[in-house]
Design a protein around this ligand. Sequence first.
Ligand code: FPP
Length: 266
Amino acid sequence: MSWIQEGELNLLERISANILKAGPMPKHVAFIMDGNRRFARKKNMERQEGHTQGFNKLAETLRWCKQLNIREVTVYAFSIENFKRPKDEVDGLMNLARQKFEKLLDEREKLEKHGVCIRVLGDLNLLPPDLQQVIAKAVLSTRAHNKCFLNVCFAYTSRYEITNAVREMAWGVEQGLIKASDVSEALLSECLYSNSSPNPDLLIRTSGEVRLSDFLLWQTSHSCLVFQSVLWPEYSFWNLCEAILQYQVNHQSIQRTPHPQFPNII
Ligand code: FPP
């Protein structure tokens, strides 16, 4: 399946989308796409088929987000912790990524037409060299696009990202490029993999697990967190609408939380 789905919403979905869009909409949504293996078990499928259907659901969700004017999406596609899974599963996920990033290179025209910029956040050095190359080519081929953004967190955990940022600042101090007193929240944010993105407004985790599992810990300190029981490959347009509705209900109190750059504004 392609990364870019061309389909339209049906009439009922369109009406619901327009009602939702009358309220405050999140501009950036992050997803922890959890439950692929449980889905495969439930349907008596191979585990790998669960991950493939997980990718298909990602493509479908991106289409819904576009139709809801959500410009930026960040997904947790492979955690550094996932390297501890059985070798055949890790190899299967690497093969899926290889196949999908190669496909992305074939789809350059479609990505240009829709203005989709794809970024990969994580430590690519942890990946097989051929996959590093395909990812680098795919990312470079869309870097000038600016209508919508997809950030794929791959070989990523948040604590690794923050540790890396701290190490980078320590190196800067050691080299005399910055002073210790230059270290600040703003500088640390600049050193994160996510430095080109605003923080997510809404973070959604599927499968009923109620934790962040080392995903975007720094970036979601003021985001609305929504946990849904549906398994990721079964995620529906209506699940997304429900999450956005929860965001809208909580919007006023989210707006009232102190802004990191202007802590005195409540
Ligand atoms: C969590 O479900 C999901 C993953 C570890 C992988 C997610 C990957 C995809 C949806 C495919 C994305 C691929 C690309 C190339 C972007 P789980 O395996 O932990 O399932 P469980 O919670 O039921 O055990």
